[in-house]
Write a protein that binds this ligand. Sequence first.
Ligand code: FAD
Length: 400
Amino acid sequence: MSHFIIIGAGQAGSSLAAKLRDDGFEGHITLIGDETAPPYQRPPLSKAYLLGEMPRERLFLRADTFYSERNITLRTGAAVTAIDPVAKTVSLGADTLSYDQLALTTGSLPRQLPASIGGTLDGLYTVRTLADIDTLEPQVRKGRRVLIIGGGYIGLEAAAVAAKQGLEVTLVELADRILQRVAAPETSDFFRALHQQHGVKILEGVGLTRLLGETCVTGAELSDGTVIEVDFAIAGTGILPDTRLADPAGIACDNGIAVDEHGQTSVPGIWAAGDCASFPHGAGRLRLESVPNAIDMAECVAANMLGAGKTYVPEPWFWSDQYDVKLQIAGLNIGYDRIVVRDGDDARSHWYYAGARLLAVDAMNDPRAFMVAKRLLAAGKSPDPAAVGDPGIDLKTLMR
Ligand code: FAD
């Protein structure tokens, strides 16, 4: 009987295993994860779970019995240390397992601050795993002072939680503005103002020179020469695709594990999906870091492991929760040259255009704009920017 092994028991790995069974695969499936928890969702880690508003059990993606009922062998707390693509085996410590096909869903790793600037001090936290949050959460107490390094979504969500819990929050962003890598200036302005209303001190164009402290973070020296005292720090400095197994196994990597349009790597029979995988897009390659991409790509790969020959075409979307604002993003804004702002009473949306072509929308507390934009993008339609910018025009009419 065939044996399919999936390395990485996160969002993509768990979706891939489930889809293999849904599509009728009757062979052995082994899903291997190095974390001790069963597959869980990460988004609440920097939102409701860190706030203490979501119990741990609700993080888990499937019920306890899901895997055994579907005859999926789930091995948690087990790190794969090497792949041998010629012998078709994977090593787990002293164990060696043979596979017929292999999927890599190893996710990504937070960028670490160098030790030379205090990256190994106690009191510096990252926000990636459940274990990270379990060590960070006791620090998030009223009156404490935190430095957040990086003004991307993870850093901003952590700042929102800390401010809501009554901490004194300073966030530094080396780029000229928060969210610079992922959003238009209008969206940065919106979130800067939101955080400032909640008392967060946002410093843009300011980097961390080094964290201060003998063994534990007590402060920070910033690139503008300022020295601040803090009780702890959170690094939200982005992630890198986890290619630690693929690279030494000779599997081609290019901004992640490079796959073809079907999700297959440079080695036939070895596939990849989720945060760790870059796939062909236009003239180059694209790697997405989102739950919808992890699920959709994993499901496409599962079908292709069974011979479906499907092309992976992402329909990118994303969300972020900060205070009472839900940001929903549809599409990819790469290459935009113009932003159309649609301002409602409590809702606001930013529409990204390249010429007359709609690329993406950031919708703030505007689920309607998000839904309409998603449908427009899926249909390849680009509404007249003048109509989009007129809040008197019903969004639904844009679909015509
Ligand atoms: P992961 O879920 O990271 O799973 C990969 C797993 O593989 C990990 O458990 C890893 O430990 C394991 N692994 C790696 N190497 C090995 C090995 N050698 N042996 C065994 N196991 C291994 N996305 C959104 O769309 N919306 C959000 O609001 C959002 N918020 C987020 C908030 C936080 C705090 C974080 C961290 C992420 C957030 N994301 C969000 C991103 C989203 O969670 C990821 O894109 C998604 O989890 C990617 O799924 P994945 O399966 O590719 O990787």
